[in-house]
Write a protein that binds this ligand. Sequence first.
Ligand SMILES: [Zn+2]
Length: 344
Amino acid sequence: MRGAVMYQAGDVRIESVPDPTIQEPTDALIRVTRACICGSDLWPYQSLKESDGARLMGHEAIGVVEEVGRDVRTIKVGDLVVMPFAFSDGTCMFCEEGLQTECIHGGFFGNPDVPGAQSEAVRVPQADGTLYVLPVGEDDALIPSLLTLSDVMGTGHHAAHVARVGLGASVAVVGDGAVGLCGVIAAKRLGAEQIIIMGRHEDRIALARDFGATEVVSERGEEAVERVKELSRGLGVDAVLECVGLDQSMETAIEIARPGGAVGRVGVPQHEAMPAAQTSFFNNITIGGGPAPVRAYIDELLPDILEGRIEPGRVFDRTVDLDGVPDGYRAMNDRESIKVLVKP
Ligand SMILES: [Zn+2]
């Protein structure tokens, strides 16, 4: 089959790769009908070293089940399924707590050990715990929004959930990428009254406003902190969604939370140490988050998509076939595109 292989920073090639096969009795194989490129794929796109090992990329997909291992019970051949970016058994203590990204038998797609989904087919470990059967056809108009359940919508929701967004909350979203935009949707959905989007790209800000953002802060660093405080009675906001992962964005996130507020972080940290230790301590800031257990959130988010209350699929502003994937990486990296949908 064909798939998108990243060799090192800036080097993504479409190549013939081995067809996936059932390796464990709990595996399923799916034919990928839709995949996408993730903002987190841009980190290796900017920094992967040749010595890190080439990898078949992609951790977000919708597909049709083509084959299941002999121990798979609930997933059947022919099912249309969404594949969360992490696989999980669905039965261990962490899965039972709704924290599938910490599953004892879990792991992530798109690395040298578990090939990814920017390809024609993918092997899904722990199929029963991982895959979620969708009640629509494979070309349904809702597919782009349903595809976001594999990562960005669930991740934005995780940031809001961890930051304790509730009715009447004031919220700031750091980052105007697809996850930040989904964070705006999530904050509104959970009843936030004020939603400040922090970003500077016009197309993204316009979409954020459509999704429910009430104010925009385009400054950075100290100026951004001052602007957010002006907008929040000089105190800072109740909840901050950190959707970038840089040292400076995390520092800003901590500085704009009000005393006793919370920061939900879902941007993969590109730094070793947490900034703003003094501020976070003396302001009693709760900091939480990590890889979002998106599998846990599908039950809650799916009805809102099916019934048209949220449209996270609007974050896709470009569609490519497999041959268009390398240029899709470039376009997202150059901020020409918010998020690229892939039709293998
Ligand atoms: Zn588990």
